[in-house]
Design a protein around this ligand. Structure first.
Ligand code: GMT
Length: 375
């Protein structure tokens, strides 16, 4: 199949899933065309079956806001016609679903039918999408998609609750490449981070308020009081200055390292003992799944789709949002009991195997075939 993929090319989970999906489809022989304003972060190798089309947004002194959506729709029309796309798969509703709709309507008038599949990822529904500034367009363009998928049951249900959707939303879970995300012995790296055998806790996010990174630091403070430990904070974003200040106020700077955005996440996860994800909301929690694939149990909130990924008392523990004491108590329990920690590690990996790329990608392929046959 000739598949067009539209996504945010940045470090967010939706862009990661879109890019990893495109790479997996290309490995299976499909021709994949990424259409974005920047090379997607995880599109890091040349692949004979992958094409990248940059959306150029011409500026003009009249524009305070360059019209990205129009540039994207026009690029989609151009790529669909010249690269003979069979379908378009857009990730994140805003503005991708509406731009895809415009492109589809233009193409229809030129005699080309282009099925559009929209994958909902989370904040496009729960945070940004519900904002009344966007809601009518989100609702309309989701209903106009030929197929809609959501990355968890929770997100599907939230979408039905928030919008008047008159179509079936299929749940296709996020996935992880178990060949890449696997625990490897990196003793020297571990020794460099935790020279005295301390336990290593880790958090990965885009440091947005919804991630509650300050809770991560407060949980770590409690853990640190009873278990010799280090905390690695991976990623970057608007909350970072506040989190840095908090580390200084709590005199934890020597034991907390901000490592910024990292490409080799699997190396960091390989030396970690526990993953912390106390988010206000996660439609799925891809970062937690990648940790579990590297045998790192997860202490998370029970928000959104997290209970569909992290199984309480099996692959980690779930707590109410903001319950720092509960999360810290579970972290201490796990880190203080080596047998329990090893058991949870094995169970985390076993659970992650349910979301193996090889199991999930065929579900998208099947959907694509259905969409093409419907023409
Ligand atoms: O979490 C973010 O802020 C990034 C966001 C995105 O759209 O890139 O992540 C969302 O999509 C991921 C991939 O499907 C999910 O794993 C995240 O849980 C989801 N984030 C939220 O729902 C807050």
């Amino acid at each position: 199949m000739r598949i067009g993929i539209v996504c945010y090319p940045t470090y967010g989970g939706s862009g990661v899933i879109a890019t990893e999906l495109g790479k997996a489809l290309a490995d299976k022989g499909h021709l994949v065309h990424f259409i974005t304003y920047q090379q997607p972060v995880r599109l890091d190798h040349f692949h004979a079956n992958i094409y990248y089309h940059e959306v150029i947004v011409p500026t003009y002194p009249l524009f305070d806001y360059p019209p990205y959506e129009s540039a994207l729709s026009s690029t989609l029309v151009d790529v669909a016609l010249n690269s003979h796309l069979d379908l378009l798969h857009v990730h994140y509703a805003i503005p991708h679903a509406s731009t895809a709709f415009v492109a589809k309507e233009i193409l229809k008038r030129q005699g080309k039918y282009l099925p559009v599949i929209t994958t909902l990822h989370g904040t496009d529904i729960t945070l940004v999408g519900r904002d009344k500034t966007y809601a009518p367009v989100v609702s309309f363009s989701i209903n106009q998609s030929d197929a809609i998928t959501a990355v968890s049951r929770n997100l599907r249900d939230e979408t039905y609750r928030s919008f008047d959707i008159r179509k079936d939303i299929q749940v296709i879970y996020n996935f992880v490449d178990l060949k890449r995300f696997r625990r490897r012995p990196l003793a020297e790296f571990r020794q460099a981070i935790a020279p005295n055998g301390e336990k290593i806790l880790v958090h990965v996010s885009n440091f947005r308020p919804i991630k509650r990174v300050q809770d991560v630091v407060h949980i770590f403070q409690k853990v640190h009081e009873s278990v010799p430990s280090k905390l690695l904070l991976v990623g970057d974003g608007p909350e970072r200055p506040m989190v840095e200040r908090l580390c200084r106020e709590l005199s934890l700077c020597d034991d907390i390292r901000f490592v910024g955005k990292q490409e080799q996440l699997e190396d960091i996860l390989s030396i970690s003992d526990l993953f912390l994800l106390p988010s206000e909301y996660e439609s799925f929690g891809l970062a937690a799944l990648e940790a579990m694939a590297c045998e790192v149990p997860v202490i998370s909130s029970n928000a959104g789709g997290l209970p569909e990924v992290n199984i309480n008392a099996e692959t980690g523990f779930l707590s109410p949002v903001g319950d720092i004491a509960h999360m810290a108590a579970h972290a201490i329990q796990l880190l203080s009991d080596e047998d329990m920690l090893q058991r949870f590690r094995r169970q985390a990996l076993k659970r992650a195997a349910n979301f193996d790329l090889e199991k999930i990608v065929p579900q998208y392929e099947e959907l694509y075939v259905q969409m093409i046959q419907q023409q």
